[in-house]
Design a protein around this ligand. Structure first.
Ligand code: FES
Ligand code: FES
Length: 166
């Protein structure tokens, strides 16, 4: 077992885990963060995307202990005081989801994109979310949602990823 500390969605954890435990399994099985989902076993789909120290990562490709001393934000920590994050709100308003399975990862990838590029072009959005697959909505409304988030609240979209509704 390996001891590590991590802040997830604004809450500090100090845990013992198997060194081989993947971050996605730590989040889901140890912390109950089931909004982070597993959509493949090939590191392709991006459904498991979270923010680690502000950068999007596929949590099925990261060991839990690699987050030691860091900060992880899942979809469950994105809203603040019951208010949806601007990117969540934009996905809702643009009907950018159907089954919703890809949505947590897609939103967190978009948050990372907007933190680096607050006003991305359509091409830049396509590049920014290319690691995230959606098998039902198609990408038109997802791209519209990211554009809308950028237009409506660029500063908030870029920065409100501290995690937690605390
Ligand atoms: S579960 Fe598909 S990339 Fe992680
Ligand atoms: S909304 Fe169903 S996979 Fe994207």
């Amino acid at each position: 077992m390996t001891r590590f500390t991590v802040t997830v969605d604004g809450v500090d954890y100090d845990d013992d885990v198997e060194p081989r435990l993947l971050l996605v399994h730590y989040l889901r099985e140890r912390l109950g963060k089931v909004g982070t989902v597993v959509g493949c076993d090939t590191s392709n789909c991006g459904a498991c995307t979270v923010l680690m120290d502000g950068k999007s990562v596929k949590s099925c490709t990261v060991l839990a202990v690699q987050s030691d001393g860091g900060e992880v934000t899942t979809i469950e920590g994105l809203s603040t005081d019951g208010e949806l994050h601007p990117v969540q709100q934009a996905f809702h308003e643009a009907h950018a989801l159907q089954c919703g399975f890809c949505t947590p990862g897609m939103i967190l990838a978009a948050v990372d994109l907007l933190s680096e590029n607050p006003d991305p072009s359509v091409e830049e959005i396509k590049e920014g979310i290319e690691g995230n697959l959606c098998r039902c909505t198609g990408y038109q409304n997802i791209i519209k949602a990211v554009r809308a988030a950028a237009a409506s609240a660029p500063a908030a979209a870029a920065t409100s990823t501290a995690g937690g509704s605390s």
